[in-house]
Design a binder for this molecule. Structure first.
Ligand code: GDP
Length: 334
């Protein structure tokens, strides 16, 4: 069942400068939505409850995509656990409550596959939520995201809203964070392979043992799923969003090296954590609704590589490495 949304209805995308938010904005534009509301951090601080309430009172969006979050890879999560739980709890409570107060009927909350128990059966079904202990390296972030799901469920129950939670697998694509300390594995390895090739190095360093398995979804597929759900008749619940297949970190590194054209070796740094051994989502629920990912991992990495080179200015070395990295990291922060 499709729910029609006026093409000129105001749609707020929180986190529009980040990888996912910017992909949602692109998708909405492509589909002809004309009234997309966005704010950068300077004009709306999502940690400021009063400012968020004021914004919602003034803008009165018809729908909301809550793609703003503090996100990061395994090292950032282990190093800054307080930042991850604090920022994410505040962003969620401020936005979801203000949305309800402003009469927003439909909101899409974005979480992460790390909300599921560390050792749960694979592929991971939505029903496995809260059936076992979480992976320690990102537990504070996961707890904040679980709180977001429960906020949506509770507001639906108490206030009759239609707030839906989407749990994407590991995402990648244009506008990702390429800061090696805080990024996720795919952008980190893309950058490492690119720079190793330019420097003529004989190897790249890959953290951990290379054996953990991860599933990767191209961000435009994620944006497609977000808008698909907003337009669908779905009114509540959790929906996993994934590609349906996973690879080992070693296989990922080899694929990236082939794409980049770096022919050196891989050295595994086993002093770094592996994290959860496997994270493959069951996407049956989305398939039943008629949605499927369409971008293969090799195509997605090729496109991401192209956007990375374009962001680098396609120069012979990473231009102004640190400036670009921190700029991207900041974008990703929200
Ligand atoms: P996770 O999916 O929450 O564990 O987050 P990451 O994307 O940061 O890490 C996924 C896996 O890739 C872990 O096993 C990491 O140890 C491994 N990995 C290998 N090399 C890197 C790297 O350079 N950066 C990151 N972030 N992870 C890496």
């Amino acid at each position: 069942m499709n729910q029609s949304i006026d093409r000129d209805a105001p749609i707020y995308v929180a986190g529009n400068r980040g990888m996912v938010g910017s992909a949602i904005v692109r998708r909405l534009h492509t589909l002809g939505y004309t009234n997309i509301v966005t704010r950068d951090r300077a004009s709306l601080d999502l940690l400021d409850q009063q400012a968020v309430r004021r914004f919602f009172r003034e803008e009165r969006p018809a729908c909301v995509f809550l793609a703003a979050a503090k996100v990061g890879g395994i090292y950032a999560n282990s190093t800054y656990p307080a930042d991850f739980i604090y920022n994410n709890l505040l962003i969620e409570t401020n936005v979801i409550h203000a949305a309800k107060e402003a009469g927003v009927d439909k909101l899409i909350f974005l979480g992460s596959s790390c909300i599921y128990p560390r050792d749960c059966p694979q592929p991971i079904r939505e029903e496995y939520l809260l059936t076992g202990p979480l992976e320690k390296t990102n537990e504070p972030y996961a707890i904040a995201k679980i709180a977001g799901i429960k906020l949506c469920e509770s507001y639906n129950r108490q206030y009759g809203t239609h707030y839906i939670s989407l749990m994407p697998t590991n995402l990648y694509g244009p506008n990702d964070n390429y800061d090696l300390q805080t990024s996720h594995v795919l952008p980190a390895l893309l950058r490492k392979a690119h720079e190793a090739k330019l420097r003529g190095d004989s190897k790249i360093v890959v953290w951990g043992s290379g054996t953990p398995r991860r599933e990767f979804l191209y961000v435009d597929d994620m944006a497609d799923a977000c808008v698909f759900l907003m337009e669908s008749g779905a009114t509540e619940g959790i929906f996993n969003i994934g590609a349906g297949e996973d690879v080992t970190i070693r296989e990922l590194a080899e694929l990236i090296m082939r794409t980049v054209g770096f022919e050196g070796d891989i050295v595994f740094d086993t002093s770094k954590p592996d994290g959860t051994p496997r994270k493959l989502l069951s996407v049956d629920r989305m398939h039943m609704l008629g949605w499927r990912a369409t971008t293969s991992l090799s195509d997605g990495i090729r496109r991401t590589h192209e956007s990375y080179l374009a962001a680098c200015g396609a120069t012979s070395s990473h231009p102004d490495n640190d400036a670009v990295a921190s700029e991207l990291a900041l974008c990703r922060d929200e």
